[in-house]
Structure formats: structure tokens, C-alpha cells
Design a protein around this ligand. Structure first.
Ligand SMILES: C[S@@+](CC[C@H](N)C(=O)[O-])C[C@H]1O[C@@H](n2cnc3c(N)ncnc32)[C@H](O)[C@@H]1O
Length: 242
């Protein structure tokens, strides 16, 4: 047997480049998680993930959530935004002195139970079936606030991933046109890049106020940005009435 040849083959197989790469990047991810102040705070305050602080900061500044509202949270897993929204809209009815809100949370992934939330998990928001279910669960009301923190699985090709997210958000805007109250609010996540400007022009046509927001909890090295669209102009019918 030619042992040199087999030794080389064994060495090549055991290098397992894919795994090494994965190991290094997951180690980096772990190190970053361990030193991240928002991860620590999320654990201490019982939020399901650090993203909670993005919504808390935006809401503390712009006051978009109130008791009694109907809020639709799209791309909600693992559920930290839903936790924040349930608290601030009184969706569980824990505060007897405030109106009870309603929260509908949607994701492709499973979401474990959150007190006060109506969870539509393992479903694709872009499907008609999912959108029909949201409407069925809205008790004949239109939403006061629609949130989208959706993010497609990153392929690593920035331009492609960015376009995919633009397409998801355009579907959120399309849904909002029919399912949002006049003067309602939409908050959506996008990744900076091509397609954003075009979409923000559409937002400006639909809403009286559109702000670009980058909360402190959003990592500096992330291309993620949020568009806060307030004062929905409403659906204009052909007669001119809204
Ligand atoms: C950044 S996470 C959301 C985190 C969430 N806001 C929280 O605070 O827990 C993005 C989510 O978007 C979901 N998502 C992506 N595409 C979706 C789609 N077409 N329909 C529903 N959810 C989607 C992903 O499954 C993922 O859970």
C-alpha cells in the first residue's frame, strides 16, 4: 500500500474546510454574544432576544404602541417584539384600567406561546392563505400598527439578499394598504442597498411621515435600518373619498 498517498488523502479529508469555517464563525458569534450588553440585558429582563431593545427604543421615542391597539407582528420568531407589543398594548388584559389590545404574530418558524398573542407560526407571510388567516383573526378590525422585522436566510450575496428583503417588505406595504387604519403606522426592516430608495418613495406616497431609524441596539456593522411610516393616508377610492 502506498502509505504516503493515503496519509495525504486522510489529511485532506480531516481538514474538512466547511466545518473549520463554520467553527470559526460560530466561535466569533459566541464571543460577540457573550460580550454584548443587549444580550445580557435581554437575559436579565426576560426578553426572548436582544431585538426587543430595538423596538423598545423606537417606541420610547416615537410612541407608536398604545393599549387597545391591534398590532400585526410579521417575522416574529423567537418573539421578543411580540413580548414588547403584548405588554404595551395590554393584549393579555392584565391592566384592568386600560383597553385590551390584540396582537397577531406570524413567522415561518415555530414561536412558543406568549401571553396575549395570537400566534400564526410555521407559515409564510407572503402566501394568500397566511394573509387570509390574519384577516380572519382580526375580528373585523383593521390594524393600528403593522411591524415587519422579517429577514430572509442570508445567502451571503448582499445584493441578492437585499433585493429579497425589498420584495418581502413590498408585500408588507401591499398588505397594509388594505389592512391598516387611516393614520396607522408601519415599521419595517430593510438592509441598506439597492431597492431601498425606490421603496422609500412608495412609502412617502402612502404615508404623511416616513423616517429612517437606526436604533442603538442595531449593531453598527449591520446594514439593517428601519423605516418608520406614520400617518397612513388611507385608501383613496375612485370617487375621491378615503
Ligand atoms: C430577525 S428575526 C425576527 C426577530 C423578532 N422580531 C424578535 O424580536 O424575536 C426574522 C424572522 O423573519 C422570519 N421570516 C423571514 N421570511 C418570512 C416569511 N416569508 N414569512 C414569515 N416570517 C418570515 C424568519 O423566520 C425570522 O424568524
Amino acid at each position: 500500500m502506498n502509505t504516503t498517498k493515503y496519509r495525504r488523502l486522510y489529511r485532506l479529508c480531516s481538514q474538512n474546510f466547511g466545518c473549520r469555517m463554520k467553527g470559526t464563525s460560530s466561535r466569533k458569534w459566541l464571543q460577540r454574544q457573550q460580550s454584548d450588553i443587549y444580550v445580557k440585558m435581554a437575559r436579565a429582563e426576560n426578553w426572548r432576544c436582544r431585538s426587543a431593545f430595538k423596538l423598545l427604543e423606537i417606541d420610547d421615542k416615537y410612541r407608536i404602541l398604545r393599549p387597545g391597539q391591534l398590532v400585526i407582528d410579521i417575522g416574529a420568531a423567537p418573539g421578543s417584539w411580540t413580548q414588547v407589543v403584548c405588554q404595551r398594548t395590554n393584549a393579555a388584559g392584565l391592566d384592568n384600567n386600560s383597553p385590551k389590545g390584540k396582537v397577531i404574530s406570524i413567522d415561518l418558524l415555530p414561536i412558543s406561546k406568549i401571553l396575549g398573542a395570537c400566534i400564526l407560526d410555521c407559515t409564510d407571510f407572503t402566501s394568500q392563505d397566511c394573509q387570509d388567516k390574519i384577516i380572519q383573526n382580526s375580528d373585523g378590525r383593521k390594524a393600528d400598527v403593522i411591524l415587519s422585522d422579517m429577514a430572509p436566510n442570508a445567502s451571503g450575496m448582499k445584493e441578492f439578499d437585499g433585493r429579497l428583503l425589498v420584495s418581502l417588505v413590498s408585500k408588507v406595504l401591499h398588505f397594509s394598504v388594505n389592512q391598516l387604519v387611516t393614520n396607522g403606522t408601519v415599521l419595517v426592516k430593510l438592509w441598506q442597498g439597492s431597492g431601498c430608495d425606490e421603496l422609500s418613495d412608495v412609502m412617502k406616497e402612502l404615508f404623511s411621515s416616513v423616517k429612517l431609524v437606526k436604533p442603538k441596539a442595531s449593531r453598527d456593522d449591520s446594514r439593517e435600518i428601519y423605516f418608520l411610516c406614520q400617518k397612513f393616508k388611507g385608501v383613496v377610492h375612485s370617487s375621491g373619498n378615503s
